[in-house]
Design a protein around this ligand. Structure first.
Ligand code: ADP
Ligand code: TRP
Length: 323
């Protein structure tokens, strides 16, 4: 029996953090033996935020190094970048003809963007449509993401359904994907207790050096009074069972009720234990950037075969294949 398919990705918009790892990337790694896996770099999505060629290049290289250092194994996972597969933007156009503006106006990401900036780019507005194309080209069974992306996966399902209804003649041309969100890490909190996010400046970067870890942990906002500093504990809990067992963590907090400084120091040491091996692996990988890029390129060649086959089927169904 053939394996089920997993697909996911992230935008190359800056250093990845614990929220990206526990909310999404760890799932990709954990499931990569069981699923036929596709993980990509959403560089055309990032173009909505990064419009500087040097920065774009640097970020793409950084994400490949990040993926490899975190343990995505190119023997098990097809790693590629969106811009290598022109079918993503081609299929997005076809979907745009099936998707109404009022429907897209209901998307959270659009509402947030609009609240901040009235002059929204068409690319920002259409973001979920391109994401639907990213997903549906590879017919994945599951799309593991953090909670903030759930609505986007639902939009992809709706678009697939609309396409099938319009062009399928009763056949399911595009497979409806399921999002995969793990409840405990659906929203990893940052140093201020809000969702950890690059845009809030409340992250703990995944490859932080010791001094940076220290600075981040010291900046964790603590309520005065209670036995347990909630925001410290919420981050500490992520390191179970990798660094401490559940019981060891419970004992640490029991023995140090109200001692926020000691608990923060313990978190610094635990984070260092967790991060150091990945950080060292990343430093190693930085010595061979052409090697890392070769992995990305060959992943793109593999992904292209699948995407172009699906695109052929789509062109056939919409009636533009006249030769
Ligand atoms: P950011 O909000 O920092 O810009 P991205 O939008 O690049 O993060 O997210 C990449 C992936 O990581 C997505 O699947 C997203 O759902 C997940 N993710 C990001 N932040 C968190 C978080 N704090 N908790 C859980 N998952 C997260
Ligand atoms: N929108 C996702 C994010 O901000 C990135 C992304 C783009 C994605 N296309 C995707 C994730 C397809 C999963 C599947 O993190």
């Amino acid at each position: 029996m053939s394996k089920k398919i997993l697909l996911s990705g992230l935008k190359p918009t800056g250093a990845p953090h614990l929220g990206n790892y526990f909310g999404a990337i760890k799932q990709w790694i954990d499931m990569s033996s069981e699923y036929e896996s596709y993980v990509f770099i959403a560089d055309y999505h990032a173009l909505n935020f990064i419009q500087n060629s040097e920065e774009m290049k640097k970020n793409i290289i950084n994400v490949v190094l990040d993926y490899l250092a975190l343990g995505l194994d190119p023997k098990k996972v097809t790693l590629f970048k969106q811009s290598d597969i022109s079918e993503h933007t081609e299929l997005a156009w076809i979907f745009e003809t099936l998707t109404t503006m009022p429907y897209l106006m209901r998307a959270h990401a659009y509402k947030d963007a609009q609240a901040k900036n009235k002059e929204i780019a068409v690319g920002t507005f259409n973001y979920p449509v391109l994401m639907a194309a990213d997903i549906l080209l590879y017919s994945p069974d599951i799309v593991p993401v953090g909670a903030d992306q759930q609505q986007h996966v639902e939009i992809a399902r709706d678009i697939a359904q609309k396409f099938n209804n319009t062009f399928g003649n009763g056949e399911q041309i595009l497979k409806l994907p399921e999002h995969r969100i793990i409840k405990e890490v659906a929203v990893v909190p940052g140093t201020d207790g809000r969702k950890m996010s690059k845009s809030y400046g409340n992250t703990i970067p995944l490859f932080a050096e010791y001094e940076e870890i220290k600075k981040c942990v010291m900046s964790i906002v603590t309520d005065s009074g209670g036995d347990v500093p909630t925001n410290v504990y919420a981050i500490h809990k992520l390191l179970v069972p990798a660094i401490r067992t559940k019981q060891e963590l419970a004992e640490l907090y029991e023995a140090n009720k109200g001692k926020y400084k000691i608990l923060k120091e313990a978190l610094i040491e635990d984070l260092e234990k967790f991060i150091a091996p990945m950080r060292e692996k990343r430093h190693e990988l930085e010595k061979d950037i052409p090697g890392a890029l070769a992995i990305l390129k060959s992943g793109g060649e593999k992904a292209k075969v699948i995407a172009s086959k699906k695109m052929q089927e789509v062109r056939e169904k919409i009636g533009v294949n006249v030769y």
